[in-house]
Design a protein around this ligand. Structure first.
Ligand code: NAD
Length: 267
């Protein structure tokens, strides 16, 4: 028995990085995966690579009309939804105009980051609940960040949006429980995962190698994570193995959030 046998799953932002790893792993575990993104060319390739019952659908998570169209598509093609992974997100550094620090932030950029990272998740949960409320084992997995738990001085909008995702996850979890819907909702908090999201921050060639080394040296487990590390956590939360788990936050961060700076030395 595969862990997601015959479950209908929609993953947002699945044309690369963590979303792609989730889509591929879930398909290996028997899910019918709806790969969604705004990058249609790459998304098509991911769905084609998975094959079988999977498909690609254009879905800009910040647009309610896209969610309405996606809901119709899912109902017509798959009959319903069992799992939604709200993965799409932007750091904002590349996609919007800076700066992103609290003193100088550009308010339009602030809104754009929240539109994708927070409105996208809120809309996903709204339409996910409507699609899943007849499922006997629905699961919504929201990809937040370690930045949803601690502050990031030069990516303040990102951190704020991810903190809101963390909290909204718990509201969704409790709402669904009160309504007696069989829908659980949990958040995952990745640390530093090596994906294209980091491209603009890491640079190229030797500069990139040095930057990765510097970041790795600050991670208790000594390395940046791989997309699959997050995908396995999402697999647990998506599957019925976690049927008694709702409203939690699962850190996948190599131990970053386990400690704090300025801890007493070993004397
Ligand atoms: P990525 O940039 O490699 O991939 C993000 C994907 O989202 C891309 O395919 C992009 O086209 C898509 N996307 C962007 N805007 C969208 C929109 N409006 N609608 C639909 N799709 C959209 O990023 P990643 O590293 O794979 O990150 C995935 C998620 O994990 C994000 O929410 C990110 O914030 C979160 N996260 C990543 C890290 C990390 O270190 N990589 C750490 C913490 C949290």
């Amino acid at each position: 028995m595969l862990r997601l046998e015959n479950k209908n799953v929609l993953v947002t932002g699945a044309s690369r990085g963590i979303g792609k790893a989730i889509a591929e792993l879930f398909a290996e575990e028997g899910a019918n995966v709806i790969v969604t993104d705004i990058n249609d060319e790459s998304g098509d390739k991911v769905a084609a690579g998975i094959g079988g019952t999977s498909c690609y659908l254009h879905l800009d998570v910040g647009r309610e009309d896209d969610w309405i169209a996606a809901s119709e598509f899912v109902k017509n093609k798959y009959g319903g939804l069992d799992v939604l992974v709200n993965n799409a997100g932007i750091a904002g550094i590349l996609e919007t105009q800076g700066p992103h620090d609290p003193e100088n932030l550009d308010i339009n950029s602030w809104h754009k980051v929240h539109e994708t990272n927070l409105d996208g998740v809120a809309l996903g949960c709204k339409y996910g609940i409507r699609l899943m409320k007849n499922s006997l084992s629905g699961s919504i997995v929201n990809i937040s960040s370690r930045s949803g738990i601690v502050g990031i001085p030069f990516a303040a909008a990102y951190a704020s949006s991810k903190a809101a995702v963390r909290n909204h996850t718990k509201s969704v979890a409790l709402y669904c429980a009160e309504k007696k819907y069989h829908i659980r909702c949990n958040s995952i908090h990745p640390g530093a995962i090596y994906t294209p999201l980091w491209d603009v921050m890491l640079g190229e060639g030797e500069q990139r190698d040095n930057a990765v080394k510097a970041i790795s040296s600050e991670i208790p487990l000594g390395a940046m994570g791989e997309p699959k590390d997050v995908a396995y956590a999402a697999l647990y939360l998506a599957s019925d193995e976690s049927k008694y788990v709702t409203g939690i936050e699962l850190n996948v961060d190599g131990g970053i959030l386990a400690g704090s700076a300025a801890s007493p030395p070993n004397t």
